[in-house]
Design a protein around this ligand. Structure first.
Ligand SMILES: CC(=O)SCCNC(=O)CCNC(=O)[C@H](O)C(C)(C)COP(=O)(O)OP(=O)(O)OC[C@H]1O[C@@H](n2cnc3c(N)ncnc32)[C@H](O)[C@@H]1OP(=O)(O)O
Length: 225
């Protein structure tokens, strides 16, 4: 698989997930040189400056001698896969590198595949022939089992379990500790609540909770957490 093991990188998003990502990058030998955030926040990494918004990003990139040597990562968690994909596209358009980052304590099959910008965190498992899209997060202790597909912008929150041969669409968050039984299909823009047990296919655009998981509302009404 393509992996990340080099020098300078930047992170868009300056909150808790940036701290996790920076530590994951550090164990891979990389150095975070700048952070960016939509809001005027203070830096979460000692000694690393934070730039505000798109204008801050454009100022930074115009003053960098060679952006093509820098790798960009997005530290936006929750159910915000479309935002991760949009920032990655911005990085691509500005000539930054994109890469997959895998924590050395993750278990990753050699037959699994990964889209650009995906992040596989400590103690995550990605099993044989699984396919991870672009800008996905496989969070701590989450697992994506054999032949399952996680679409672009997906997020398996800590401890989520996706059994074998599951097909998950684009921009789906599987909440902490949730379980999806084998061979099910999950649509696009779905949010699966923490601890849910999914026993049937889920259509696009909904939030489900509980055991067995049931729909509580449309995901367009999401409250961003
Ligand atoms: C490293 C990290 O931290 S990564 C982040 C991981 N984060 C998560 O996994 C959080 C996932 N989010 C959730 O589980 C949320 O509770 C959501 C998105 C499912 C629902 O959030 P909201 O839309 O704000 O729902 P709200 O809190 O208003 O609850 C609506 C109803 O669903 C119930 N409900 C909410 N979440 C759950 C849940 N996880 N399981 C069972 N029932 C739930 C509530 O009790 C409430 O029931 P009621 O109408 O009978 O009173």
């Amino acid at each position: 698989m393509k992996d990340f093991s080099m020098h300078e990188c930047i992170i868009w998003g300056c909150a808790g997930h940036a701290m996790v990502l920076a530590e994951t990058l550090a164990v891979r030998g990389a150095r975070v040189i700048a952070l960016f955030d939509q809001n005027p926040v203070t830096s979460v990494i000692d000694g690393v400056p934070v730039f505000h918004g798109l204008s801050g990003f454009e100022d930074w990139i115009s003053s960098h001698p060679d952006p093509s040597r820098v790798t960009g990562f997005v530290a936006i968690g929750g159910h915000r896969g479309d935002d991760r994909l949009a920032i990655q596209q911005l990085f691509r358009d500005r000539g930054l590198r994109l890469a997959t980052i895998t924590h050395p304590l993750a278990s990753v099959s050699p037959t699994a595949s990964f889209g650009e910008g995906s992040q596989i965190l400590a103690q995550a498992v990605v099993a044989a022939a699984a396919r991870v899209g672009e800008a996905c997060i496989i969070n701590h202790k989450a697992s994506l089992d054999h032949e399952s597909i996680l679409g672009d912008g997906g997020h398996l929150a800590p401890g989520a379990t996706v059994c074998g041969c599951v097909n998950i669409g684009r921009n789906v968050m599987v909440g902490a500790g949730a379980v999806i039984l084998p061979r099910l299909s999950i649509g696009n823009d779905v949010l699966i609540g923490a601890g849910a047990v999914v026993i049937n296919d889920i259509p696009s655009g909904v939030v489900v909770v509980g055991n067995p998981a049931h729909i509580i509302r449309k995901s367009s009404q999401q409250k961003n957490r």
